[in-house]
Design a protein around this ligand. Structure first.
Ligand code: MOS
Length: 759
């Protein structure tokens, strides 16, 4: 266990300076600024990956395997090649020889995607693997030619049945290079001795990604450069990976992604990128490849199924003496992303004993990947349902039970929390939701043929800050500031919020800030994932701002009111710098630059390593409240009210944050009631690869969602903020399930909770 280190409470990094933005109570921080890209979106002028025009472009379509494992016996492409408009049919026989795909983030051993060869041989590894690519003059001609390809297979026995694979044996899973196993005391013994206990198994199905914008690339080989218009949440990683595969230097691959129509963990590098680039190389023409909705299910991985045991032992007052969260998930032999469902439990409750363990099996399937709050989304479903079961057992209010088990420090790492105000979130949420009106007796409240119930659950998601951030900042004499960073705007409001914070930091109006992102040639290796992009950009901006101030002071020299000041004594306001405690000692940027005879000043810097996560246990928190109505005749469940009460540090922009919270909660409602990949366990085929048969919430399914927050800054993060992207989906599934139990008396432990399970 790591040891806590005493540090100054106002340093956001261990031993460092406080971020002045943490306490900015006036100005732009915390203002509900509307999205700067809003007009572009509503007028249809924001360009997406499949909309970039390129001269002489051809269109691509893919043929997919219909068996899970084996080899291609025959592959007849003659008719496809002779079909109208066809420019190329690429198969493993004709594809260029490629280097293996490095496992994404392989150093951290947390891989989305996989390291299988891409169309290099006749081997088949999953049902849906690309077998051939057609390029044609039109999309229709490409799609038609695909239908003319004839394949026969030599199938081999494949492992596609989760339960059978489990019966054959499991092994301990690892996430980010760490085994998914924690133990404190002997939890099994404590459970056996506990006067009150619950011990149950919860199952969650596979989920597939369904961003509205299909995965797409428009790309071209331009001389020695591969230029890729993509829909990406990690442009720099994508460029690096393509460079490895095609044996290019990183500078020879340019990946841009100005707008992303939904990512959720899926907009990373998959086989279709490599296939489009390989086919384009063969024909020497630009290629547009848009996966069909079915294609997204065949090529882009999703969330793995889980079978989770949660066992809780408590004393008669509801204090936990044993907390066991264990179970099994599935991955493939060729990727490294088990669904890490114990992560939320590590820091959840002050139990005397704890046992956490994830076992994995390996199946012959498409490599699974990140999906909004991997681990926490389904892990909190099991954990927080079990808490509700214990509350019912004990006759203690479920909110009160959680507060009674609030830990003083992180129960598995022993680290102090950077900031944890979940009790405030519970109290504010319960008050606003009208929790005191809940009848604890299940099945007791009825409105005509509808049974009505309320449930609650804790949501949680860790604060991360990935290494690799960097930013460039240019200040011009006419008062503009230009930020360059290889970050992403997927609809979260990143560009808006960072423009806000940069304006505040520099003492400039927002109109004077240009925030450039979504281009792999810009500084930094920042991914929009793990709800950490705001922190990663924020830390980079602090570093580059500090460097800018130091260089401006040098330029200002001895003839300035700032003469002799050190960078740490200086702050920004009114388009210039001033002494923090004597603001009349002030000079504008324009004045400093003109006296130095400079048109502009450009600096670039990288932040320190993310050591804060070694010193503090850092998490966003939420208290989720749900009211459901379940039809007593048909079993139809309907969420009628929902409130999320969040503790995510400083909220930088209430409008964009509220939208993130609501989006996550809507995904959580889908997780609770609808989402399920129908996977034929006999042959590994996804049987519902369409939005007609894979159900997600639509407008009619979603009531008004109320969101509130503590807005208490976290002193150990840039700007005092923690992540808001993924937490909304956490806890929500359990809040819905617990409300359904309260409404009906039926405890459904198998997601999704469809009406057949409630009849
Ligand atoms: Mo998220 S699943 O880290 O894009």
């Amino acid at each position: 266990m790591a040891k806590a280190v005493a540090l100054a409470p106002d340093s956001w990094i261990p031993g460092g300076e406080p971020d002045p933005m943490i306490e900015h109570r006036h100005g732009l921080i915390g203002k509900p600024i509307s999205r700067l890209d809003g007009p572009l979106k509503v007028t249809g002028s924001a360009p997406f990956a499949a909309e970039f025009p390129m001269h002489g472009m051809v269109y691509a379509a893919i043929a997919y395997s219909t068996v899970a494992k084996g080899r291609i016996a025959t592959l007849d492409t003659t008719a496809a090649e002779a079909s109208s408009g066809v420019v190329l049919v690429m198969t493993h026989r004709t594809a260029p020889r490629l280097k293996p795909t490095p496992l994404f983030m392989s150093a951290a051993k947390a891989a989305g995607g996989d390291n299988l060869p891409v169309m290099q041989d006749e081997r088949i590894h999953w049902n849906g693997q690309p077998l051939a690519v057609v390029l044609a003059e039109t999309q229709e001609e490409a799609d038609h030619a695909i239908s003319l390809i004839r394949v026969t297979y030599e199938s081999e026995a494949a492992e596609t049945d989760f339960a059978q694979a489990e019966a054959r044996g499991t092994r301990t899973a690892a996430f980010m290079g760490q085994p998914l196993h924690d133990a404190k005391g002997d939890a099994e013994v404590a459970l056996a001795e506990a006067p009150v206990k619950v011990d149950a198994v919860y199952t969650t199905p596979r989920h597939n990604h369904n961003p509205i914008e299909l995965h797409a690339v428009t790309l071209a080989w331009q001389g020695e450069t591969l230029r890729v218009h993509d829909t990406q949440q990690m442009v720099a990683h994508a460029a690096w990976t393509l460079a490895q595969v095609f044996e290019l230097s990183e500078e020879q691959v340019v990946v841009t992604s100005p707008f992303v129509g939904g990512g959720f963990g899926s907009k990373t590098l998959w086989q279709h990128h490599i296939l489009a680039a390989a086919a384009g190389k063969l024909v020497g023409r630009p290629v547009r490849l848009v996966l069909s909705r079915e294609g997204v299910y065949r090529v882009v991985g999703g969330r793995s199924p889980t079978k989770q045991r949660v066992a809780l032992g408590s004393d008669p007052h509801g204090r936990l003496t044993a907390l066991i969260h264990s179970g099994v998930t599935a991955k493939t032999p060729h990727n490294g992303m088990p669904e890490p469902f114990i992560l939320p439990t590590r820091s959840a409750y002050a139990s005397e004993t704890i046992l956490l363990d994830v076992q994995q099996v390996e199946l012959d399937m498409l490599g699974n990947t990140f999906m909004r709050a991997p681990g926490e989304a389904v892990g909190t479903f099991a954990l927080e349902c079990a808490l509700d079961e214990l509350a019912h057992e004990l006759g203690i209010d479920p909110v009160e039970l959680r507060i009674r088990n609030e830990p003083k420090e992180d129960p598995t790492s022993g680290l102090p929390f950077s900031a944890r105000h979940i009790v405030e979130a519970w109290q504010a949420g319960a008050e606003r939701f009208g929790w005191s009106r809940r009848n604890p007796q299940p099945g007791a409240v009825r409105d005509g043929e509808w049974l009505v119930g309320m449930g609650c659950a804790t949501g949680t998601y860790p604060y991360y800050r990935m290494p690799g951030g960097a930013a460039r900042l240019t200040l011009t004499r006419d008062g503009q500031a230009i930020v360059d960073i290889a970050a992403h705007e997927m609809g979260m409001g990143t560009a808006t919020v960072q423009t806000q914070v940069t304006a505040e930091r520099l003492g400039l109006p927002m109109e004077k800030i240009r925030f450039n992102y979504g281009d792999s040639t810009l500084p930094g290796v920042v991914m929009a994932g793990g709800s950490q992009q705001t922190a990663a950009i924020g830390a980079s901006m602090i570093a580059v701002y500090n460097k800018l101030v130091a260089e401006l002071l040098t330029l200002a020299g001895n003839d300035s009111p700032l003469a002799g000041l050190k960078a740490e004594d200086v702050g920004a306001r009114n388009a210039g710098l001033c002494k923090r405690d004597a603001p009349e000692r002030f000079e504008t940027y324009a004045s400093i630059l003109s006296r130095a005879q400079r048109e502009a000043l450009t600096v670039e810097a990288a932040p320190p390593q993310p050591l804060e996560i070694m010193h503090w246990s850092m998490h966003s928190h939420a208290a989720m409240f749900c009211e459901v109505r379940v039809n007593a005749v048909t079993g139809e469940p309907r969420v009628s009210r929902f409130l999320g009460s969040f503790d995510c540090g400083r909220i930088l922009n209430p409008k964009t944050a509220a939208s993130q919270f609501r989006g996550g909660i809507i995904m959580g409602m889908g997780l609770a009631l609808m989402e399920e990949t129908q996977f034929d366990e006999r042959n590994g085929r996804v049987m519902n690869p369409s939005l007609a048969e894979y159900h997600v919430p639509v407008h009619l399914d979603v009531p008004e969602i109320d969101v509130i927050w503590t807005d208490i800054p976290d002193p150990h993060t840039p700007m005092g903020a923690r992540g808001v992207g993924e937490i909304g989906i956490t806890g929500t599934g359990a809040a819905v399930a617990n409300a359904i139990f309260n409404a009906t008396g039926k405890r459904v432990r198998d997601l999704p909770i469809t009406l057949d399970k409630l009849m």
